[in-house]
Design a protein around this ligand. Structure first.
Ligand code: SF4
Length: 440
């Protein structure tokens, strides 16, 4: 036990945020107190992301800004950059004391002790499957209405542009018992919406001691049996793991939201082949059609990579045509950024950056127009099911909630209960959000 303080900073995705919460709970249990002042904390934990070059570079500039005021300040670099760069990190920045991969963060307290005792740098980048979840302690702090829970990690798909298989290791799934226990704890602390999280979340597959195998669909059915779970979502899915059982579930399980994030990346078969995505556009469209058959009001969001090496004007036009077909209601789109060690890093890329920027602009404007039209279609109607997530601190007459399609909804009302699902009369909107009052 210690009476020292720690500061933790997360970079990147929701899974890193989730991991940071768990690291926080480990350190609190070990006697550390949580500090929001990076310069005063005894221990600084950078939980890093390696998905884009910028995120990885930012860590090093952040470490550079930390002044080591005394020899007792410990700097731990954990997460995906730690996994990818390994002991190279010690050469890049001599102030880093501990390097720890994302599958072994539960070892952090032990490594801090070893570092303090022997005054030696510590490193662990082993892929220790599932062990960290056994170190999750009973947490007591209140949680938000909508909470993530990791159910799956790692990836066997090896898309040509992606570092995840190298940083998070092979696909594995967490035990059902462990997930249900954490879900119950989240509900007890205020959560009403569960978002199942995984790099390939719909590849979830777990066999228990009685050889009962759980797919993500079975797991969702299991979680939806818990009374106070009002909504369930899952992210991020791979098209090749969208089986009929899961598509059907969107039409039959009322707690499973009619909104799915299903990254397509490109609308061109040629580019998908070069990306090693292992599906064609026809196959992707069939999944969307299947989902709509089972759940006619389902809406889709996606990720797009623009300017992947070899992307021609024709390939880009095919991406625009796919957007016309699916009518994505939300999206994340980026210009391709090369990651060292991936297959795509060796591909020839002749497209000028200016051309890529132009394509991104065209794509984003198109997606934004669809989003605005979608949001406008709700104006002067009653949205029957907005989950109220919080009340404004500065103006208690304003609340924030989300529709079933994940649209942010700002509500002017008196005495709403956070965690309730309420009908809202939508008055105005922009492409991002809806605004309204309680419907009568
Ligand atoms: S499916 Fe592709 S993009 Fe997704 S984590 Fe795996 S390798 Fe990366």
């Amino acid at each position: 036990m210690t009476n020292k303080s720690f500061f933790i900073k997360s970079y990147g995705c929701q899974m890193n945020e989730y991991d940071s919460e768990k690291i926080t709970s480990l350190l609190l249990k070990d006697g550390y107190s949580n500090s929001d002042d990076i310069n005063k904390a005894d221990l600084i934990v950078f939980n890093t992301c390696n998905i884009r070059e910028k995120a990885a570079q930012k860590v090093y500039s952040d470490i550079g800004r930390v002044t080591k005021k005394n020899n007792n300040k410990t700097i731990a670099l954990v997460g995906c950059v730690a996994q990818a760069e390994n002991d190279e990190i010690f050469k890049k920045n001599k102030d880093v004391d501990i390097v720890l991969g994302p599958q072994s963060y539960h070892l952090l307290p032990k490594m801090i002790d070893a570092h303090n005792e022997y005054q030696k740098k510590q490193i662990n980048t082993d892929f220790i499957i599932n062990e960290k979840f056994d170190f999750i302690h009973e947490e007591k702090s209140p949680k938000g209405v909508s909470s993530y829970i990791t159910i799956q990690e790692g990836c066997d798909k090896f898309c040509a542009f992606c570092v995840v298989p190298f940083t998070r290791g092979p696909e594995y799934s967490r035990s059902v018992i462990n997930i249900v226990e954490e879900t119950k704890s989240l509900i007890d602390r205020g959560t009403r919406e569960i978002i199942l999280l995984g790099q390939n979340v719909n590849a979830y597959s777990y066999s228990d001691e009685e050889n009962m195998t759980y797919s993500i669909s079975k797991l969702i059915d299991e979680i939806s049996k818990l009374d106070n779970v009002k909504r369930i979502r899952y992210t991020t899915s791979h098209p090749n793991n969208m089986d009929q059982e899961l598509m059907r579930l969107h039409g039959s399980n009322e707690k499973l939201m009619p909104f799915l994030h299903l990254p397509v990346q490109s609308g061109s078969d040629e580019i998908l082949k070069n990306m090693n995505r292992k599906y064609s556009i026809d196959e992707y469209k069939k999944i969307i059609d299947g989902l709509k058959t089972y759940c006619p009001n389902i809406e889709i969001s996606s990720d797009f990579i623009i300017g992947f090496p070899g992307e021609t004007k024709k390939d880009f036009q095919e991406t625009l045509a796919l957007i016309d077909y699916v009518q994505f209601k939300q999206s994340y789109s980026f210009i391709y950024s090369e990651r060292p060690g991936t297959k795509a890093a060796n591909l020839e890329d002749n497209t000028l950056l200016e051309e890529k920027k132009e394509r991104l602009e065209i794509l984003q404007q198109k997606l934004q127009k669809i989003q605005l039209e979608f949001n406008t279609s709700f104006c002067n109607t009653n949205l029957t099911n907005v989950l109220i997530e919080n009340q404004s601190q500065s103006n208690p007459e304003y609340y924030f909630g989300r529709s079933t399609f994940l649209q942010p909804v700002y509500v002017k009302a008196k005495n709403l209960t956070v965690g309730d699902i309420v009908p809202i009369g939508i008055e105005t909107c922009n492409h991002k959000s809806l605004y309204g009052t309680i419907a009568h």
